[in-house]
Design a protein around this ligand. Structure first.
Ligand code: IMP
Ligand code: MG
Length: 177
């Protein structure tokens, strides 16, 4: 629950997010030039980022969503849980998975392994944020919006117990409770 003791500090502004989305879209358009793309947005965290990003792409796009979670409050359970299935067939498609943040890599690693079974032509990943932590899982994202420190962040899709997803910017959250 949102409490008066939650302290939010803006880390990345709305304008900075918009500019970086534009740059990422240009890079993706360049690298997929001539191909079409199946974008999978990881819900709920990447809802805002994914929908902003696909609207900036010139590459022909089909998109789907998948619901995966691993966090309870500010603590990762370490085991990603799938709450939904794709409706698009990824077979022989160029697939771009869009997520909000790369921390341990467990979530994206589990999704990539799941999607490989459909034998896509290629799978790449795009995250808005990458946390500066040592990862046990050897996972690298192909497109990264911003590198950040190890603070817990909320906003622009990211949550703390489902609060703060609708903030237009990324803020750090200091919860004293
Ligand atoms: P990973 O599986 O450890 O890479 O964590 C990725 C998932 O954990 C993201 O998709 C988020 O849902 C969640 N997560 C990790 N760090 C944060 C954070 O600072 N704020 C909110 N959610 C986070
Ligand atoms: Mg998430």
């Amino acid at each position: 629950m949102k409490t008066k003791t939650d302290k939010l500090t803006v880390l990345i502004s709305e304008g900075e997010i918009r500019n970086r989305c534009r740059e990422l879209a240009e890079q993706i358009d360049r690298e997929y030039s001539g191909d079409s793309l199946t974008v999978v947005i990881v819900l709920k965290g990447a809802l805002m980022f994914g929908s902003d990003l696909i609207r900036l792409l010139s590459t022909p796009v089909k998109f789907d969503t998948i619901s995966v979670s691993s966090y309870i409050g500010a603590v990762s359970s370490g085991t990603p849980e799938f709450h939904s299935q794709l409706r698009l067939d990824l077979t022989e498609q160029h697939v771009l998975i869009v997520d909000d943040i790369l921390e341990t890599g467990a979530t994206l690693n589990a999704i990539v392994n799941q999607f490989r079974k459909s034998q896509p032509l290629s799978i790449r990943t795009c995250v808005l944020l990458r946390k500066e932590i040592s990862r046990n899982i050897n996972f690298a994202a192909d497109y990264v919006g911003f590198d950040i420190g190890d603070d817990f962040v909320v906003g622009y899709g990211l949550d703390y117990n489902d609060d703060y997803r609708n903030l237009p910017c990324i803020s750090t959250l200091d919860s004293t409770v």
